[in-house]
Design a protein. Structure first.
Length: 434
């Protein structure tokens, strides 16, 4: 880790708090109606006449945002990439590389005004965005057309001084950089074709440029966890310090091959109840505790999923049978203009579960070459799909597995038809994306 010390970031942009505490009094009128502040209604996507979902779980009540208000848009610049990472879908993929056209970007930009609750636009997909020769122009075009935050995810190898300056000048608000190792040896082995030290220097450069230009800018790290690199987390604080990142997103590896499935460190969490709560299990409420040699074994025992754990009244669990893409108002535009509800259904691809091959067919409810984004988003088909996924009444393929239904996402044993989501690893909080 000597190289990290040498590359320590001296100038840091103060990061905005990720969880701002917000307290305000709201009143119930004499008719029993509750009025919420305008800024909260906007965050919920609550337009006049909109329907919100009220959820009661573990004795707590929460108000879910409007499923039918687009709040986060993903745009895939390209499916091409300059690397050959161990974890990449290209090792099992035959799709030819594609690049989004300027015409399509102009069309999308012109329609953003139809979505008043749009909060962010993420340039990401199954490729490396910086490979696209017009990437800075794309950022500028989107930034000019919308007040939404513009984000981009990258492997960092092409982020030289010219590229960094162009992206900042274009108005990029947030950059996510993929690091699957906190040391040179691990990183270079997993992200084949990349250089750990080069990416670190590139990240430092863009941070320094943002400071020098006094531009609002933030940086996050995404990290794919595998058996091969899990010990790298012991040095993750040094990587965060070296890059100046304000957030770190960890995800399990998505098993595109049998070898990748064997690299997963979550089989118990996936098939059992680790990190999930259940109304059928006793509730155990913990206070804040020291994590040391005395407490680590008892806490580890509880975290394996034998009880419903709470920290005071806050559940210590991740949601399962829950789709962030749907519940948080996301949609995806593929490089060729096809629209999908989530990253998992953006392209045809193959995954593995319990050693069995699973063919995933893309679900594309609209084509921007033929329709507007607002027409696609508000179509009955897309509306119905969002409501169905919110209820998530799919067969739990992630737990049982082994039958012929697992081989495809066409149908399940509960009678659901394409696309079925019971085997989706995103919906089980095993995979997550920036």
């Amino acid at each position: 880790m000597k190289n990290l010390k040498d590359l320590k970031v001296e100038n840091k942009i103060p990061a905005e708090p990720q969880n701002n505490l917000y307290k305000v009094e709201v009143k119930v009128d004499k008719a029993g109606r509750l009025s919420l502040p305008p800024e909260i209604l906007a965050q919920l996507g609550a337009a006049p006449g909109a329907s919100l979902h009220l959820v009661k779980e573990f004795g707590q009540v929460r108000l879910e945002p409007n499923l039918h208000a687009l709040r986060r848009l993903y745009l895939e610049p390209t499916t091409a990439c300059n690397l050959s990472c161990q974890t990449c879908i290209r090792h099992t993929w035959s799709e030819a590389p594609g690049f989004i056209s300027r015409e399509l970007v102009k069309k999308v930009s012109s329609e953003l005004k139809d979505f008043p609750f749009l909060q962010s636009i993420m340039l990401a997909g199954f490729g490396e965005p910086l490979v696209h020769r017009d990437i800075a122009w794309i950022v500028e075009r989107l930034k000019t057309a919308s007040s939404a935050s513009i984000e981009l995810t990258t492997n960092g190898t092409l982020l030289d001084e010219t590229m960094a300056g162009s992206l900042l000048e274009a108005g990029l608000d947030r950059l996510w950089v993929s690091f699957d190792g906190s040391s040179e040896t691990s990183f270079n082995d997993i992200r084949r074709g990349a250089s750990f030290n080069l990416v670190l220097r590139n990240v430092q450069r863009v941070r320094d440029l943002a400071v020098a230009q006094n531009k609002p800018f933030s940086l996050g790290i995404s990290f794919v966890i595998m058996r091969e690199n899990i010990n790298e987390l012991k040095n993750i604080e040094k990587l965060i310090e070296a890059t100046g990142a304000d957030s770190l997103l960890l995800t399990n590896v998505l098993p595109y091959t049998e070898d990748m499935e064997r690299q997963m460190v979550c089989p118990l969490a996936l098939t059992g109840e680790t990190f999930t709560g259940s109304s059928g299990k006793p509730k155990i409420s913990l206070p804040r505790l020291d994590i040391n040699y005395l407490t680590q074994e008892p806490i580890f025992h509880l975290l394996r999923g034998y009880e419903s754990l709470f920290l005071i009244d806050r559940p210590i669990s991740a949601p399962s049978r829950y789709c962030r893409f749907i519940n948080e108002g996301m949609s995806f535009i593929r490089w060729d203009g096809q629209v999908a509800p989530c990253l998992a259904l953006l392209h045809n691809h193959t995954t593995y579960l319990y050693g069995l091959e699973r063919k995933i067919r893309a679900y594309l409810p609209g084509d921007l070459n033929l329709q507007s984004l607002s027409v696609i988003w508000s179509s009955q088909e897309y509306d119905d799909f969002r409501e169905k996924v919110f209820l998530f009444d799919y067969s739990p393929c992630h737990i049982c597995g082994g039958c012929s239904y697992l081989e495809k996402n066409e149908e399940d044993c509960a009678g659901n038809t394409f696309p079925v989501c019971g085997g989706c690893l995103w919906a089980q909080s095993v995979i997550q994306c920036p």
